[in-house]
Ligand binder design. Sequence first.
Ligand code: BGC
Length: 687
Amino acid sequence: MPMSIEPEPYRLRISGFDRSQERWIGTLLTLANGRLGVRGELELAGSRSNACFLSGLYNNIPLWRRELVMLPTVSNVYLPYHFDIIDRGSVERLLDMRRGLLVTRAGIGRSIEYYSENAVHRRRKNLFMQRIRLTSDSEDVVILPIENPLNPFLYGYTYTEHLSRERLVFSDNILRVFYRLRDADTMLEVRMMVDPGASSQLDRLVTRDSAGFIIRGRGLDVKRYVEFYIHREGAKGDLEEIVREEIPDWASLLSEHMDSWSRLWDEIGLEIDGSDRLAGSITFYTYHLLQLIDDDGEELMIPARGLHGIGYRGHIFWDTDLYLLPFLTFLYPRAMRGVLSFRCRTLEKAIQYARETGYRGARYPWESVDDGYESTPRYYPVDLDRCKCIDILTGEQEIHVTGDIAFSVLFYYNVTGDEEFMKRCGFRILIETARYWASRVEYDAGKDAYVIRNVIGPDEYHVGVDNNFFTNLIAKYNLKAAFNLVINALKNDEKLLEHLGVSLEEVMEWGRIAEKISLGRERDGVIEEFEGFFDIQADGKVVERGAKRVGVSKQADVVLALLLKEIVEGVEPEILRKNYEYYLERTTHESSLSLPIFATVAIMLGIDERLELFSRVLETDLGNMYGNTHDGFHVAAAGGIWYAILFGLLGIRLRNGELVYHPRRSGDLRLAVNINYRGNRIRISTL
Ligand code: BGC
């Protein structure tokens, strides 16, 4: 069946079905509420990768240390003729983003009509709901199972087992399946309640890999409610807790869910006027970003691929802090606070990491999981048969993440004025990270400057380089921020130094290093990405040196650094333009984190009037541009789209402690949104 994907404002319509495309479509149609994610592959297709995820639920595993656990599939539906529908019938799916609902219609001619509604409840965080209506000429059979997942370890090679099914408990229309996780003290309970509707018959189904109910009847209207519970040994809420027996009221649960979505959209007040594709794509990425927010949680652990897939094994990168920063801080500050609260909880681990690697202060891991330890794999097997592995040095060298987190704390503070967060731990993060940089830099007498050697910048093609501009600039901001905050606070509190455990001498040193940190060479306004880049770069051509590619960048590096600088203090437009043009030619954009940054700068400079670059960014997941959307949603790219909206189209800047904005119209896109600044809500518009 040919397939088409049509974004419209607040709706995504997918017509037809193509099995070879279904895994990435399953990411586009994922439903989530910040805690629970349920992938959206067609429920009639019987896919074993149509799994669920719970935020923060990680397990030990070789190679990646710990990974997000792929949970059982709870949305698949089996009919005696489901393959006929897929192969011969029609399938039409609609993701209704205003209401947080996935609606599927399928059928064969007029004789069989299948209709379903799926939702992951926005308020009841562990609840997935599904309603199925079936009209056919005869009596029908529907099977609703809970299926054990297949956790791919290395695609195409092998699978891991995170869960082993220990126990099934059936009682009338409720099934409780208990799994033991590889972390042996943790049990997962998946509880399914089925409302079979009037005059239908319910039977049990148990196989080695699945358990559930078989429902028979005419004109079926079946509802199922699935809830996930984690039981940790010794923790409250044990396995024998009383199970609610009465069947929930579908309509009131659903309206609670839909009201919650519509209130959220109202608060954000996003209004877009433009082509359906443009406006629809923007609402699509925004919707998925909103699906990552758990508004009840104090802490948010957002993996690089969301709760939408197992890409990067559910690890948390700088993507979450730096790339989500503008969207969350301006539109949903509580969630940004949640993101940073995860960094608060893991600060002690970051202090330990710095110490273990020979430095002072706090050094955050390049890849994090729930426990805050460095989780970057040291190598990656590219060919298991021949035991061929590639070395991964990002864990050791991609240290800019520490400065990215500090930058995010400071930005969040400047925009929200959240003193409580800063007192609780924001100041400490800034101080401990500054301490790290002060111990990580070296003084180079020849340059009369502080240098940072042996790093990987955002451009990961170049390993072990010295003085990467991005890293040094972010370290400078970090040191300067800690210096300024302490010096200013000292005016009101003489005991502060004692309280913070720092000496005046140490603080003055941060100021000195910040002033004298090397920011490298410039050639006619173009800043060198790292020491020696100008000498090896070959006019945009990829140079192969052994297994390495040099001379071109993988992603925005200098341009991202300049963009951040422009946002918080200003950059001469001519410098921005020269660097943009120079690096645009020399960047492969192999990472999805790149194009949104170039698109933002292009809008700022007024050189992408027709929004061509921006429109390409909108294809990231909607067009499966990187060929890996099946692994999950590209969270950072979606965050990057909001860089382009807030700083590009709406022209927002922070200047001398104030918010300024100069909205600009680009192409035929008109847009308005509510943003939060220091407790006030401001509506900014290009309309
Ligand atoms: C990029 C990193 C990014 C990571 C996770 C890599 O390909 O180079 O900047 O943090 O993917 O999204």
